[in-house]
Design a protein around this ligand. Structure first.
Ligand code: TTP
Ligand code: MN
Ligand code: MN
Ligand code: MN
Length: 329
């Protein structure tokens, strides 16, 4: 039994956006467990619980060393009774019964499999599960009508489940850049999302597009998409057969790409807002609102006390699609 006086106690700011957090953390077993419960809550339309578990996981991610006992956590923010129970369970018994139960539950497994299909959200998955659909096979047999995105998601399911590497992200960046400058010379693209935070893999690749001259970016997105459609394989378009030399590492491979277009006047806010993580963005906005009386979005920052400062001028222009990483031969 460790003497309580020798136990390291931690201290972290309560807003996640005010903490320094590294990519790897010292408590992966605990943070994975809390993240799984967060995911389960999000998939079950319980966003409040989801955020609570995300916040708890984020606090543990910020700790400078492994937690050995719950007494070390005394006074830390964002650790509610439920999260503490899960942490104690793992520290004392090696595993959390709630996490293990969730992992094994048919409902969670079905929600995961179905929402892993590009274009399928929690609501759709929930409806299908109520209709007795728990697997891809059952979905295919069910005769459910799928929209175009979902069809592409199902067709490229295995590819899209594979994590995207940084090298693949860079290769796609070159294609997207070629598309963008072809339709609008001088336009600039920036890698955003997880890769901008230094992650080595991601579930997609995110880019922000702008032009140094305000207004030149108007109407850009459909042109970029048309260019890509004519030059690379996009979701729903025809499949080109793999020639023998096309196999191996040069094989076609579907990757999810998110493009965001921003006018240069909003570029800084878009860059900040789309770099993530989702919790970081949420906390940054909460901090701006509660502590600074300012409103932050991906378009602007304005002072709530001053009228007529900045207004939301433009709605977000955003497109999702699936790109196959490779150019047509
Ligand atoms: P994602 O691509 O969903 O996440 P990510 O890039 O951080 O992680 P991954 O490696 O798994 O792809 O989103 C990128 C950023 O875009 C995210 O950090 C915040 C922002 N975003 C929104 O603002 N609203 C949204 O609905 C989504 C999906 C993302
Ligand atoms: Mn609870
Ligand atoms: Mn991403
Ligand atoms: Mn994304």
């Amino acid at each position: 039994q460790i003497d309580e006086a020798e136990v390291v106690a931690f201290s972290v700011p309560s807003y996640a956006c005010l903490r320094r957090t590294t990519l790897d953390n010292h408590n992966p077993v605990l943070t994975d467990a809390l993240s799984l419960l967060a995911e389960n809550a999000e998939l079950s339309d319980e966003d409040g619980r989801g955020v609570a578990f995300r916040r708890a996981a984020a606090v543990l991610k910020a700790l400078p060393e492994p937690v050995t006992g719950v007494t070390q956590l005394r006074g830390l923010p964002c650790l509610g009774g439920h999260s503490l129970r899960v942490i104690r369970d793992i520290l004392e018994n090696g595993a959390s019964s709630e996490v293990e139960f969730t992992k094994q539950s048919e409902r969670f497994k079905a929600l995961k499999v179905l929402t892993d299909i590009f274009g399928v959200g929690a609501k759709t998955a929930e409806r299908w599960i109520r209709d007795g659909i728990h697997s891809l096979h059952q979905l295919q047999e069910s005769g459910q009508t799928l929209n175009r995105a979902q069809q592409a998601g199902l067709e490229h399911y295995d590819d899209l489940k594979q994590p995207v590497t940084k090298a693949e992200a860079d290769a796609i960046g070159e294609i997207v850049e070629e598309a963008v400058v072809s339709v609008l010379p001088g336009a600039q693209i920036t890698l955003i999302g997880g890769f901008r935070r230094g992650k080595l893999t991601g579930h997609d690749v995110d880019f922000l597009i702008t032009h140094p001259e305000e207004g030149r970016e108007v109407g850009l997105m459909p042109k970029v998409v048309s260019w890509l459609e004519s030059q690379v394989k996009l979701s729903g378009t025809k499949q080109t057969e793999n020639t023998p030399e096309d196999t191996g590492h040069r094989r076609w491979r579907a990757v999810r790409v998110d493009l965001v277009v921003s006018p240069i006047s909003q570029f800084a806010f878009a860059l900040l807002g789309w770099t993530g993580s989702k919790l970081f963005e949420r906390e940054l906005r909460r901090w701006a609102g509660h502590e600074k009386a300012m409103s932050l979005s991906s378009h602007a920052l304005y002072d709530n006390k001053q009228v007529n400062t900045l207004h939301y001028a433009v709605l977000p222009k955003r497109v999702f699609f699936v790109i196959v990483a490779g150019k047509n031969p």
